[in-house]
Design a protein around this ligand. Structure first.
Ligand SMILES: *[C@@H]1O[C@H](CO)[C@@H](O)[C@H](O)[C@H]1NC(C)=O
Ligand SMILES: *[C@@H]1O[C@H](CO)[C@@H](O)[C@H](O)[C@H]1NC(C)=O
Ligand SMILES: *[C@@H]1O[C@H](CO)[C@@H](O)[C@H](O)[C@H]1NC(C)=O
Length: 257
């Protein structure tokens, strides 16, 4: 539970990339979430409370959850049998806006995206299952395009959550073992080495691209939530964070989400 508090505090304090002053306290009333199983509030991997539900209660915010387990940014790039952000989650959001189901004032609404785990993972970039020619540059550009796409529709407040240190989760660690996500033979050392490269380079590319956005997206407030650092810190000193080990385990097991 404590880790969820950290995530929530992060929501309020990480508008580090904003060109102007970010939203004021109590300005934000709506939380609209996109992403994969780390954010899915329906299919919750560990059966616990998904962070958006906790954050919405803590805000308080009205929650509009679009994230779905197993999702990638786009099935054009890394295809998986789950509703991707660009071909499913965003279209559903826009359909609900168009027919009046959703009426959200831009200044009272923050949009979040936590994606990438499945894009870079087994069945994706890690194992060469992407569309021909697709690289980490394309999957990260896709995620950053989520900001531009929503901005074009009027959204102004964004929180972009980067990838966690996936090289340490059981599925991708050097001492991994056959599990429900992967049973085929593999060199676990090579997976962990490659995953370290994918996550770190992907996060850096995302940061640079996001820093470049406010100059073209007037009055946008873009926050980068450093999930990578959060998980590194909590893993290094779980006791300092009073980190609930159950939560940590659940992140770990869901290296493929
Ligand atoms: C996916 O491919 C379709 C068909 O080529 C295209 O219309 C669409 O813009 C692509 N989406 C993304 C996110 O690249
Ligand atoms: C609006 O669109 C959504 C998504 O397609 C649909 O689920 C909902 O039933 C629609 N509502 C109305 C009132 O048409
Ligand atoms: C796995 O990959 C590592 C790094 O390339 C290499 O040193 C090791 O020999 C490989 N192990 C096997 C069993 O092939």
């Amino acid at each position: 539970m404590k880790s969820l508090v950290l995530l929530t505090l992060g929501l309020a304090t990480t508008f580090t990339l904003a060109v102007q002053v970010g939203p004021s306290p109590r300005q934000i009333k709506n939380l609209v979430t996109f992403g994969d199983s780390y954010t899915d509030v329906v299919s919750v991997g560990d059966g616990g409370v998904a962070w958006p539900v906790y954050a919405a209660g803590y805000g308080p915010f009205h929650l509009f959850p679009f994230a779905r387990s197993g999702a990638t940014c786009s099935n054009n790039l890394t295809s998986r049998p789950a509703p991707p952000v660009f071909e499913s989650q965003l279209p559903l959001y826009f359909a609900e806006v168009a027919n009046g189901t959703l009426k959200l004032k831009p200044e009272e609404t923050i949009y979040t995206l936590w994606i990438g785990t499945n894009d870079v993972g087994g069945g994706g970039l890690l194992t060469g299952h992407q569309a021909p020619g697709v690289t980490i540059v394309d999957t990260v550009s896709c995620a950053v395009n989520w900001v531009k796409t929503l901005y074009a529709s009027g959204a102004r407040n964004f929180l972009f959550q980067n990838m966690i240190p996936l090289q340490h989760v059981p599925l991708y660690s050097a001492d991994s073992y056959p599990n429900r996500f992967w049973t085929a033979p593999r060199n676990t050392t090579e997976w962990s080495v490659f995953m370290t490269e994918l996550v770190n380079s992907g996060n850096e590319i995302a940061k640079l691209m996001l820093q470049d956005l406010p100059s073209t997206l007037r009055a946008a407030h873009i926050g980068l939530f450093d999930s990578y650092a959060l998980l590194v810190d909590t893993r290094a000193s779980a006791r300092d964070f009073e980190f609930d080990m159950e939560v940590q385990t659940s992140f770990g097991n869901r290296g493929n989400t």
